[in-house]
Design a protein around this ligand. Structure first.
Ligand code: ATP
Ligand code: ZN
Length: 286
């Protein structure tokens, strides 16, 4: 069917659950029974392909899928003709160079002449070129972190999140090559009809992301403090004020940003606010 958006997501791996969750939180009903390669959403014109993450950029480039969810690490490594459309904020990790922990390391120049094992040959070779370091890149497809201990390489370039895998393999992280997160990529030339569907999907994702960065706040304050307190609270338009049953007191409701959260709470307390409640917001449309 032409007027159907096709999305490729990772079949099984670190991005699978978050990708499915994202669609479900957008109100899209998906049947996720195991071992499916393809499924259709029940209440949105969306077809979902479950693939290996490495294959997703190519599928999107070719238009077999219209959009896809991959880590930026895969996007940059595959270097296909696709557009990055949206950061998703999950699947955060970094692509780093690590050395055996007893090896001396002062600066990037110490990588000169080393043999570095990686699956990310494109990104690594660009990084080395940019930093004018000549090193040998040894491509391997998995279990990169054991390469130094079995004498296959002097160093590795691999994905890290907590760093515990590096530690348990006697390695130390010395350079961050790339900071990565999951993103939505899109085909370079989508039809008008598909772009309309995509806008609809992005509108929902934006509502989730905005909600995540904001909290709903309720508090009580004496009326004589209202003006001061309202000047601290931004709100979507302005705060809501409701009278309390207790004379000369009001309840104030507003929305505050995660980044300024503690700052605002402290100021509110200083101004005499009481019974402060902070509630997560599920979706937010500005
Ligand atoms: P596939 O079978 O689909 O090829 P994979 O083994 O290549 O799977 P995963 O290990 O599931 O891939 O990782 C998928 C993506 O998750 C990575 O490309 C990266 O963007 C992200 N990620 C987040 N944290 C980590 C981490 N600590 N190690 C590896 N990948 C991570
Ligand atoms: Zn992969």
């Amino acid at each position: 069917m032409e007027n159907m958006l096709k999305i490729a997501i990772q079949k099984s791996g670190r991005l699978s659950e978050d990708s499915i969750n994202l669609l479900q939180k957008c109100g899209i009903k998906i049947n996720t029974s195991l071992n499916r390669l393809k499924t259709e959403a029940e209440n949105f014109p969306l077809e979902i392909y479950f693939l290996r993450d490495d294959d997703i950029p190519k599928y999107v480039e070719d238009g077999v899928a219209d959009i896809g969810i991959v880590g930026e690490n895969v996007l940059f490594e595959k270097n296909k003709n696709v557009k990055k459309a949206l950061n998703l904020g999950f699947g955060k990790c970094r692509l780093s160079i690590a050395l055996p922990k007893d090896k001396q390391y002062k600066s990037i120049k110490d990588l000169q002449g080393l043999k570095i094992a990686t699956t990310y040959t494109t990104i690594l070779s660009n990084f080395l070129k940019e930093n004018k370091v000549k090193a040998e890149i040894h491509e391997i497809s998995g279990s990169v972190e054991i390469a130094p201990s079995i004498g296959l390489a002097d160093a590795i370039c691999d994905l890290v999140s907590s760093g515990s895998t590096l530690l348990s393999n006697g390695l130390k992280e010395v350079e961050v090559v790339l900071k990565s997160q999951a993103v939505i990529i899109q085909h370079a030339n989508l039809t008008k009809a598909k772009r309309v569907l995509l806008e609809k999907l992005f509108f929902r994702i934006n509502a989730l992301q905005t909600a995540k960065n904001n909290k709903y706040i309720l508090l009580n304050a004496p009326n004589k403090k209202l003006e001061k307190i309202c000047s601290i609270l931004p709100g979507m338009k302005s705060p809501t004020i409701l009278p309390l049953a207790k004379k000369d007191w009001s309840s104030i409701h507003s929305v505050i940003n995660e980044d300024e959260f503690w700052d605002i709470i402290e100021k509110l307390k200083d101004e005499g606010a009481q019974g402060i409640l902070v509630v997560p917001i599920e979706k937010m449309i500005i």
